[in-house]
Design a protein around this ligand. Structure first.
Ligand SMILES: Cc1ncc(COP(=O)(O)O)c(C=O)c1O
Length: 326
C-alpha cells in the first residue's frame, strides 16, 4: 500500500496476542499504538480534531491553535498542524522531557514554558491560565482543550473503537488508561454497541484526581490528571483500577522481558491493572475463554529518563517502596 504522506498512516495498528501464563482462562490482546506515525495513540485525536475543525469551519487556515501539553498530544498536534499549514503554540512546563520538547519544536510549533508553580504546587492551573491569556491576546486563535473538546472522544469512537470492534469476535473486558478521557469515552461507547455485556475498566494512577482521590505528586507522565475531564461525562465505565507508580514501572519492565514490548508508562499501568483485577476477581472456567483487550498508548523511548533509567528506578523504588502492590 502506498500513502501520500507518513501522517496519513494513522490508525490500523496491530492487535497482538499476549500470553498470560498465570491466568489460563484469559486470552489477552493488546492494541499497540506506538505504530502510529508520531509514535502514540494521540495521533488519532490530533488528526481527527484538526480535520473536523477545518471541515466545520470552526477554524480556518489562518487560525493559531493553542494547547497545554507536555507530552504525546503536543507532539501529535505539532505534526498535524504542520501538515495542515496551521500555526500551533504548545504551552508546556519545566517537567517536559528534553526529547518531547525537541520533537514539538522540530515539527515547527512554538513552545511557551510556564515556570511558576500554581497554588497547588503543580503547573496545570498556570498552564491553563497562560492558554486563556494567549487566546485573549491572539486574534483568530483556538484552544484545542483536550479535556473538554467532544472531538477528542469522537476521534476514538470512529477510529480506535471501530478497529477494536473489527479485530474482535468476542470481548468480555477492556482495560484503558486515562488522562484526558478521550480514549475511554470514545472507545467505551463504541465497544458497548457491538458487545453490550463488555466490562469497561478505567485504569488511573494514584495521585490523579479523576475519580475523586486526593492529588499527590506523580512522576510518570501520560496517565492520570490533576483535573476532572468534562468529556468523561459521556463515557461508559464499569469499574476503576487505581495503580501505583512502583508497580507501573515493574510492569513496564515485565512487558519488555516477557513479551518483548518496549512500552511507555501507561502501558505498564494497564497491563498491571489487568493482573491486579483478575487476581482480586478470579474468572471461573467457562465453556469459552475470557477475551480481554487493552491499549498500549506509546513506546518506551519517551521514558528513558525515568521508567527505563536504572539509577532513577532504583532511587524511586527505595523512596516509594510502600506503594508496591502486586
Ligand atoms: C502515554 C499515554 N497513555 C494514555 C493516555 C490517555 O489517553 P487519554 O488522554 O485519551 O485519556 C495518554 C494521553 O495523553 C498518553 O499520552
Amino acid at each position: 500500500m502506498i500513502y501520500d504522506h507518513i501522517l496519513s498512516t494513522v490508525g490500523n495498528t496491530p492487535m497482538i496476542r499476549l500470553q498470560l501464563e498465570e491466568f489460563e482462562h484469559i486470552h489477552l490482546y493488546a492494541k499497540v499504538e506506538c505504530f502510529n506515525p508520531t509514535g502514540s495513540v494521540k495521533d488519532r485525536a490530533a488528526s481527527y480534531v484538526i480535520k473536523k475543525l477545518l471541515e466545520n469551519k470552526e477554524i480556518d487556515q489562518n487560525t493559531t491553535l493553542i494547547e497545554s501539553s507536555s507530552g504525546n498530544f503536543g507532539i501529535s498536534l505539532s505534526a498535524y498542524c504542520k501538515l495542515s499549514g496551521l500555526k500551533f503554540i504548545c504551552v508546556v512546563d519545566p517537567c517536559i522531557s528534553p526529547v518531547n520538547e525537541m520533537l514539538i519544536k522540530s515539527f515547527g510549533a512554538e513552545v511557551i514554558k510556564v515556570t511558576t508553580p500554581d497554588e497547588n504546587g503543580g503547573y496545570l492551573l498556570n498552564r491553563i491560565r497562560k492558554v486563556k491569556q494567549l487566546v485573549e491576546e491572539i486574534d483568530n486563535s483556538y484552544w484545542v482543550n483536550q479535556y473538554g473538546n467532544p472531538y477528542n472522544a469522537e476521534a476514538y469512537y470512529y477510529s480506535l473503537g471501530r478497529e477494536i470492534c473489527n479485530d474482535m469476535d468476542q470481548l468480555d473486558y477492556i482495560f484503558l488508561g486515562i488522562s484526558s478521557g478521550g480514549t475511554i469515552t470514545g472507545v467505551s461507547r463504541r465497544v458497548k454497541e457491538k458487545f453490550p455485556e463488555v466490562k469497561v475498566i478505567a485504569v488511573d494512577i494514584i495521585g490523579s484526581v479523576i475519580f475523586g482521590h486526593p492529588p499527590l505528586k506523580r512522576y510518570i507522565p501520560g496517565i492520570g490528571s490533576s483535573m476532572v475531564p468534562d468529556i468523561l461525562n459521556h463515557s461508559k465505565i464499569d469499574h476503576v483500577v487505581m495503580m501505583d507508580e512502583v508497580t507501573t514501572i515493574r510492569m513496564c519492565h515485565e512487558l519488555l522481558e516477557r513479551h518483548n514490548i518496549f512500552a511507555g508508562g501507561s502501558s505498564g499501568s494497564a497491563y498491571g491493572a489487568i493482573k491486579k483485577y483478575f487476581k482480586e476477581n478470579p474468572v471461573v472456567k467457562q465453556d469459552r475463554p475470557i477475551h480481554v483487550v487493552t491499549v498500549l498508548p506509546d513506546r518506551g523511548e519517551r521514558y528513558c529518563n525515568n521508567v527505563y533509567n536504572d539509577e532513577w528506578c532504583k532511587d524511586f523504588m527505595e523512596h516509594h517502596a510502600e506503594k508496591k502492590e502486586i
